[in-house]
Ligand binder design. Structure first.
Ligand SMILES: Nc1ncnc2c1ncn2[C@@H]1O[C@H](COP(=O)(O)OP(=O)(O)OP(=O)(O)O)[C@@H](O)[C@H]1O
Ligand SMILES: [Mg+2]
Length: 455
């Protein structure tokens, strides 16, 4: 008989374990991206919440996200509508989305963890302030979190207090973090960290920046990467759209692929950094956010199913697969938004659509090695870079048909004959001054035609 007070094995998590665990496998940069994602979700919802296809022209130019990174302080501020008091009380600060939670349309957020994980990763004194419209007027609140006090208060109560606050200049959210964790403080001191962050923002939010969204870091706004593919001459990128129906919900898929840059002269570049190679590969986009960039691994097919592993020879290839759905949980993104869930049925279904253009490119780069370089590059240069938004619909990638000449092994013939006899033969062939080599070749052809006949 088990005594009543021992009939249950306690399994409640401790706060300390929880904080350590959720912040462990995500980079600081991806945490900052989680906060940007939340601002963008707010903006996208306000702007209409539509599928983010390339053809969609939602204007985000009214929205701005400002990030400040100092050695002792982090802040992010947006004008993207804010968190309502109801949402704050019931949902926004909950660890993990409840099953019945309303999801924002076409959001990047899925799991209900990003904001909490981000602030815990950055530091231990946190202030989250929100201003939102309520019955036509503005209302504000703030949620201060002192992580050490919260941990010390025991594991019985996980809630945070909500307090009154002054209004921000416009409906939006402002998050400030001080008492930075050691790793954050170290990174934030480094100009390199900030430079890398800017670069990553320019790339991974390229689709939002293209629609006019402003993201500034340290007061300087970021120019998005202009994603382009080369089109023209004998080159056409593929651009195809599909629609799936999963659990009664639509998922929109677009695949684009083709030549992004002219392949390298030397397929084994010895420099450590090769910009073109660096940009080449597959990109996976979920509800507008690039979650996997320039991928050359098995995640996007390289080295699987009779598909070779990535080689610098393939530099110049770029493919994008763009998923969007009202329900972000149907998309193949991971909780860190830094990779794809390779086990996702949806993602696996599109692997063949990714394989075809990759293989066409591999075959093209193999064939082009057999040809005169000037001729090949001349043809490639006829294809001009166009923004992906302007690429014409095309079911498969079109590349020049490179006929590979079959090389026939050669035999060299060398023999000596008395000179008077050679001259006699040359004369009989019609020219006493015919070069010896020519006499030899013609006699070979003569004997070949007589004894072998046509090839
Ligand atoms: N800047 C913001 N503007 C408007 N709402 C916000 C903002 N930041 C957070 N929220 C609200 O707080 C909620 C919780 O954010 P959190 O990042 O923790 O989870 P999520 O975005 O729902 O999912 P995920 O874990 O995938 O990011 C969001 O769903 C959103 O409703
Ligand atoms: Mg989020």
């Amino acid at each position: 008989m088990i005594p009543g007070d021992k009939s249950k094995a306690s399994a409640n998590p401790t706060k300390a374990f929880f904080v350590r665990m959720i912040t462990r496998d995500i980079t600081l940069e991806d945490c900052i991206f989680d906060l940007i994602d939340n601002s963008i979700d707010g903006a996208w919802e306000l702007a209409g919440g539509r599928p983010m296809s390339l053809a969609d022209d939602t204007d985000l130019s009214a929205y701005k996200i400002s990030i400040e990174i100092k050695p002792d302080r982090f802040s992010i501020h947006d004008n993207c509508g804010g968190i309502s008091l109801d949402d704050a009380a019931n949902y926004a600060f909950t660890f993990g989305r409840k099953d019945d939670a309303e999801t924002e349309n076409f959001s990047i957020g899925v799991y209900g963890i990003g904001m909490k994980r981000a602030v815990f990763k950055i530091g231990s004194k946190i202030g989250i302030k929100s201003t939102f419209t309520d019955n036509g007027g503005l209302m504000s609140f703030r949620v201060p979190v002192d992580v050490n006090a919260w941990l010390a208060a025991g594991d019985g109560n996980w809630d945070f207090d909500i307090e009154g606050a002054d209004n921000l200049a416009a409906p939006g959210v402002q998050i400030d973090v001080t008492d930075l964790n050691e790793a954050a403080a170290q990174s934030f001191e480094s100009p390199r960290f900030i430079q890398d962050l800017r670069r990553a923002i320019a790339r991974d939010y390229a689709l939002h920046l293209h629609r006019g969204l402003t993201i500034e870091v340290e007061g300087k706004s970021i120019n998005g990467w202009a994603i382009e593919l080369r089109q023209g001459g004998e080159f056409s990128p593929m651009r195809a759209s599909f629609e799936e129906n999963i659990e009664g919900e639509k998922v929109y898929v677009e695949v684009l692929a083709g030549m992004e840059a002219i392949p390298p002269e030397d397929s084994d570049p010895d420099g450590d950094w090769d910009e073109d190679q660096n940009r080449s590969g597959w990109y996976v986009v979920c509800n507008g956010r690039i979650v996997l960039a320039a991928d050359k691994t098995t995640l996007t097919g390289w080295g699987t199913e009779s598909w070779p592993i990535w080689h610098p020879q393939y530099t110049g290839f770029m493919g994008l697969i763009i998923f969007s759905s009202r329900r972000a949980d149907l998309l193949p993104l991971t909780t860190t938004k830094r990779s794809v869930d390779a086990t996702s049925q949806l993602y696996r279904r599109y692997r063949p659509n990714m394989r075809e253009p990759s293989k066409a490119w591999i075959a093209y780069t193999n064939a082009r090695r057999q040809r005169e370089r000037d001729e090949v590059v001349g043809q490639e240069q006829e294809a001009k870079s166009v923004p992906i938004y302007e690429v014409a619909a095309q079911p498969a990638v079109v590349l020049p048909q490179v006929a590979t000449k079959k090389r026939v092994p050669e035999a060299n013939v060398l023999y000596s004959v008395p000179k008077p006899r050679l001259l006699k033969l040359a004369t009989a062939m019609g020219n006493i001054r015919m070069p010896y080599k020519e006499v030899g070749l013609q006699s070979f052809e003569y004997a070949y035609a007589d004894l072998v006949g046509e090839d």
